[in-house]
Design a protein around this ligand. Structure first.
Ligand code: NI
Length: 170
C-alpha cells in the first residue's frame, strides 16, 4: 500500500493554490514515486499533490492503457504555455470525487512546460486525452476541480449522488 492518503472533496486543501517547488532533492523524487504508486493503486491516470494533502505544484500522469507499457509523466512546476482555440468535450472523473463522471469542455490541445523527474526542463505538446489529463491535473494546482467547469445544476446533481454513495458505503 502507498504511504500517502487520498484527500477527497470537499477537503479544503483541494481548493488551495499550491506552492511552487523550490528544492529538487531525494525527498521530491520519493514523493513523485509515492504519488505514481498511489495513482496506479487507485487505477487513476493522473494525480496532483494537493490530492495527497501536499500543497505543492507537482503532478503525475500516465494515460497508457492496461495492456500497454506504463508511460509515466512527472511534472514539477508545470505551466501551460499555449492552448488551442479549438475546444473539445470529454468525460472526466477524479480520484477526489470518487465514482462520479461528467463531460467537460476544454481546449483540444495544449503545450506545457515543466521540470521532470531528473530536474530537467521539458516542453510537451498534448492533444486528445493527454491534453485533458494535463489540464485536469494542472487545475488541481490552482484549487480547481473538474466539477467547477460544469453547470451549477449538473454540479449539484453530481454532488448529491456523491453524498448518497458515501452514505451507502458508510
Ligand atoms: Ni482530479
Amino acid at each position: 500500500m502507498s504511504r500517502l492518503t487520498l484527500y477527497e472533496y470537499p477537503h479544503p486543501i483541494l481548493k488551495q493554490k499550491a506552492q511552487k517547488v523550490e528544492v529538487f532533492d531525494d525527498g521530491l523524487r520519493q514523493l513523485l514515486d509515492d504519488m505514481l504508486e498511489m495513482m496506479y493503486e487507485c487505477n487513476g491516470c493522473g494525480l496532483a499533490a494537493p490530492q495527497v494533502g501536499i500543497s505543492k505544484r507537482i503532478v503525475v500522469i500516465d494515460i497508457a492503457k492496461e495492456d500497454e507499457e506504463p508511460d509515466p509523466l512527472y511534472m514539477v512546476n508545470p505551466e501551460i504555455v499555449w492552448s488551442s482555440d479549438e475546444k473539445k468535450v470529454c468525460e472526466e472523473g477524479c480520484l477526489s470525487v470518487p465514482g462520479m463522471r461528467a463531460e467537460v469542455e476544454r481546449p483540444a490541445a495544449v503545450k506545457v512546460k515543466y521540470i521532470d523527474y531528473n530536474g530537467e526542463e521539458k516542453e510537451l505538446s498534448a492533444q486528445d486525452f493527454l491534453a485533458v489529463a494535463v489540464q485536469h491535473e494542472l487545475d488541481h494546482l490552482d484549487g480547481i476541480l473538474y466539477i467547477d467547469h460544469i453547470s451549477r445544476l449538473k454540479r449539484q446533481m453530481l454532488l448529491k449522488k456523491l453524498e448518497k454513495q458515501r452514505k451507502e458505503k458508510a
